[in-house]
Write a protein that binds this ligand. Sequence first.
Ligand code: 5AD
Ligand code: SF4
Length: 440
Amino acid sequence: MSAPKKLFIKTYGCQMNVYDSERMAEALGGEGYVETKSPDDADMILLNTCHIREKAAEKVYSELGRFKGLKAEKPDLKIGVAGCVAQAEGQEIMRRQPLVDLVVGPQSYHRLPEMEAKAREGEKVLDTDFPEEDKFEKLKNRPKAKRGPTAFLTVQEGCDKFCAFCVVPYTRGAEVSRPADRILREAQDLVERGVREITLLGQNVNAYHGAGPNGDMTLAQLIWELDKVDGLERIRFTTSHPNDMQDDLIEAHGTCAKLMPYLHLPVQAGSDKILKRMNRAHTAESYLRLIERIRAARPDILISGDFIVGFPEETEADFQATLDLVEEVKYGTAYSFKYSTRPGTPAAERPQVDPKEADDRLQRLQALLTTQQREVQDSMVGRDVTVLFEKAGRFPGQMVGKSDYLHAVHVADCDRAIGDLARVRILSSGANSLAGALID
Ligand code: 5AD
Ligand code: SF4
């Protein structure tokens, strides 16, 4: 038997790309590829790219340039670009970087085996279609490798919201929900491979409306079906849009024990003028009332968010409204970005904010968010939480896991194994994690 070919995948961007990279590795696994951690001994390099902000795409081009020497040494090395930059730029990538043999969009990666074969014959191959067939179904029945205790599971893809700054509706396409039975089968399979916690993924996950036995199901109904899966202990989902936060999902946060008390609910900005121009179709006030209702259902829930500063025509007063909203919500975690012009999106044509001003606002917002994050983390000290252990710590006998609230927790003198859940008393709060002790 010939030696296995080696595949190096580098993943940029969101959790869905992490999930997609796993699926691509499985697809090429069927063609005799095994993954390697180093590009130097790879027979195929795949960059799974992100197009959400400018720097992400630029990083891909500079990374590709670095493979020049490698390709000169190893002419058989194949280099592919996958993901959202592949979708958005397609042929342009091959023009700009002749090293690239293969370009595959996020909806076509189940076709990778055929593409790889063509690339091996010296062809340049590009597939950025939105095909009819179900890529997830094409990829099932791969070997059942053991898994770690946490996994992502894509339930919904694409977005119909068309926020004025965002490329997702163009790169990932229209909103599509997977049928519930397929998701449940995949969840069952993950659990059989050792997974205890599943994060349901979708660009607009709470708009989920996949086919179920009695018509379309809501995300909450899907969560209740997953709740019945023996051996699955925790359910999370990301990312949600405020306008799709339905009553049954809010209620599930109060009643479904497996659904974790953590919600990523981006608001982007606190000024109604800016929200309107962003095409968000909600106001700051409606978002705040929504958070109130979610907290009424689950008072200890940790709220996470995304923010954009320096959106076209954002004034200092508009920015102040974002700070005010942040003060009111008190975020446990948050991601904040400077607005990045995305060609082809409506906001790209509008008057831009001075970049220095935007930098300054980003710094001020991040300072506030960091303080809040720290306060929420510190408030865990003295409390008892459940921890799912994910790996051994740096010190002998130490284990590291995640609390229900997604805080990293270190536990010394810990006799539990990876994949175990245990009650832990939080003793102290460090820079980016908590430390605690097992309760009996
Ligand atoms: N510029 C800056 N941030 C953006 N995001 C999406 N598009 C842009 C853009 N053009 C941010 C939003 C979104 C997160 C995934 O990325 O905050 O919620
Ligand atoms: Fe992009 Fe999210 Fe808006 Fe959809 S809802 S357009 S993915 S920011």
